[in-house]
Design a protein around this ligand. Structure first.
Ligand code: APR
Ligand code: PHB
Length: 390
C-alpha cells in the first residue's frame, strides 16, 4: 500500500488529523490496534475547549457536538462546604467550553471518515514504523498471517501513551519528563440527572471530588482514592456515600444516585516526551504527553498538536513550505508545557496529598483564598481552562 501520511492510532488525535488532511486532498491511512467497538467503549473525559470545538467544525464533524453538547460559561470550586463560581465567560473575554463526551466525539470522527471513505484499518497488529530517517519511511502491520507494508512520506504517532511510535525514537534522542501522583480517580457514570448544571470541583480533607456530566440525564462523578484501591473495593453505595461527604451539604442534598453503568480507577500522571519530531516521525496527543485530568486538558492538549501538524502538512504539500514541519516540535512543546503547568497547578490546588506538611496545606488554602479575592487570578484560571491560543 502507499499513502502520503500514515497515522498510527485511531483515537481522537489520529482521526481528526486524518479527516482534516483528507479535506485538503492529502491521502492518509489510519492504523488502529483495537476494534472500533473497543475504542468506542472507552469512557473518557468530556470537556472541550473552544479551539478543539472549532477544529471539529473545520473537519465537518461538529454538527452533533453543536446540537447535543452543552456550552458551559463557568464552573464551581467547593472548598470544605463553601461553593464559589469561576466565571469563565467573564474572565476569558467571552469564551467558554463545550461539555461533550470524548466517546461521542470519537464516534462522530469515525462516521466522518466512513462518509469520505477514509481508510481506517482496525485490529492492525504489531504495527511498526521503519526507515524513519530515510526519505522513504514505511510502516508494517500484521493482519492474521499476512504482513502488510505501507509506504509513505511521513508517519504520525498518534497512538497514545502505550503506543509504539514514541518507542521508535532512539533512547539517546528522546528525553522523558514524568511525575506520578500518589492517588487515582475513581470514576462512576450513572444514568441520573447531574447534581449541578455546571461542574463542581471539590476540595476536601478526605480527598478531592468532581461532579461532571455528559447530558441532563447522564452524570459523571469522580473521587480521589489511594492507588492501592481497586474497583472491587467500591460498591455503588460506598461510592455515593463518600462522594456526598466531600461535597457541600447543599450540593450533597440534591445528589440523585443510581446504579453505576461504568466504574473505573485511573492513576494521575504528568508526562512529556521531547522532541515531538524524529526525522519523518511526528508525535501527537497522548503519545507525547499526558496530564492529570483535573484541568480537563487531556484532549485539549492534543488539539494544538493536531492544529500545528495539519497546517504544517498542508503548507508542505500545497506550497512546498517546510517551516511548519521544521518548527513543529518546538512550537507544540511550548503549548504542551503550559497545559502541563496548569494541570499540575489545579491538581496541587485541589487534592489531598498523603505526605503533605501543615505548611503545604496552609499554602493550598492561601492559594484558594487568593484565587477568589483576585480578579487577576481568576482571569488566569479562566484563560487556561478555556484554552490558551494555538
Ligand atoms: N498500533 C496501533 N494503534 C495503537 C497502538 C499501536 N501499537 N497503540 C495504541 N494504539 C491506539 C489505541 O488503541 C488508541 O485507540 O492508538 C489510539 C490512541 O488514542 P488515545 O489514547 O485516545 O490518544 P489520543 O488520540 O492522542 O487522544 C488524546 O486526550 O482526553 C485525553 O487521554 C485522553 O484519549 C485521550 C487523549
Ligand atoms: C469528565 O467529565 O469526565 C471530566 C470533566 C472535567 C475534568 C475531568 C473529567 O476536569
Amino acid at each position: 500500500m502507499k499513502t502520503q501520511v500514515c497515522i498510527i492510532g485511531g483515537g481522537p488525535s489520529g482521526l481528526l488529523l486524518s479527516q482534516l488532511l483528507h479535506l485538503k486532498g492529502i491521502d492518509t491511512v489510519v492504523l488502529e490496534r483495537q476494534s472500533r467497538e473497543y475504542v468506542l467503549g472507552r469512557i473518557r473525559a468530556g470537556v472541550l475547549e473552544h479551539g478543539f470545538a472549532a477544529l471539529m467544525r473545520e473537519a465537518q464533524c461538529g454538527e452533533r457536538m453543536d446540537r447535543e453538547g452543552e456550552i458551559h460559561e463557568g464552573f464551581f470550586i467547593a472548598d470544605h462546604g463553601a461553593l464559589k463560581r469561576v466565571d469563565l465567560h467573564k474572565y476569558s473575554g467571552g469564551s467558554s467550553v463545550v461539555v461533550y463526551g470524548q466517546t461521542e466525539l470519537t464516534k462522530d470522527l469515525y462516521e466522518a471518515r466512513d462518509r469520505l471513505r477514509g481508510q481506517v484499518i482496525h485490529n492492525a497488529e504489531d504495527v511498526q514504523p521503519h526507515d524513519l530517517k530515510s526519505a522513504h519511511p514505511y510502516v508494517t502491520y500484521r493482519n492474521g498471517d499476512e504482513i502488510v507494508r505501507i509506504d509513505c512520506d511521513y508517519v504520525i504517532g498518534a497512538d497514545g501513551f502505550h503506543g509504539v511510535s514514541r518507542k521508535s525514537i532512539p533512547k539517546d534522542v528522546l528525553r522523558e519528563y514524568e511525575k506520578v501522583y500518589p492517588f487515582g480517580w475513581l470514576g462512576v457514570l450513572s444514568r441520573t440527572p447531574p447534581v449541578s448544571p455546571e461542574l463542581v470541583y471539590a476540595r476536601h480533607e478526605r480527598g478531592f471530588a468532581l461532579c461532571s456530566l455528559r447530558s441532563q440525564v447522564l452524570s459523571r462523578y469522580y473521587i480521589q482514592v489511594p492507588l492501592s484501591d481497586s474497583v472491587e473495593d467500591w460498591s455503588d453505595e460506598a461510592f455515593w456515600s463518600e462522594l456526598k461527604r466531600r461535597l457541600p451539604a447543599e450540593v450533597a442534598a440534591r445528589l440523585v444516585t443510581g446504579p453505576s453503568i461504568e466504574k473505573s480507577i485511573a492513576p494521575l500522571r504528568s508526562f512529556v516526551a521531547e522532541p515531538m519530531r524524529y526525522s519523518n516521525l511526528f508525535l501527537a496527543g497522548d503519545a507525547a504527553h499526558i496530564v492529570p485530568p483535573t484541568g480537563a486538558r487531556g484532549l485539549n492538549s492534543a488539539a494544538s498538536d493536531i492544529y500545528y501538524l495539519y497546517h504544517a502538512l498542508v503548507a508542505h504539500y500545497q506550497r512546498g513550505d517546510d517551516r511548519g514541519l521544521d518548527g513543529y516540535s518546538a512550537k507544540a512543546l511550548a503549548r504542551v508545557w503550559k497545559a502541563q503547568r496548569f494541570s499540575w497547578w489545579m491538581t496541587t490546588l485541589l487534592h489531598t496529598f498523603p505526605d503533605s506538611l501543615d505548611y503545604d496545606r496552609q499554602l493550598q488554602q492561601t492559594e484558594l483564598d487568593y484565587l477568589f479575592s483576585s480578579e487577576a487570578a481568576q482571569r488566569s484560571l479562566a484563560e487556561n481552562y478555556v484554552g490558551l491560543p494555538f
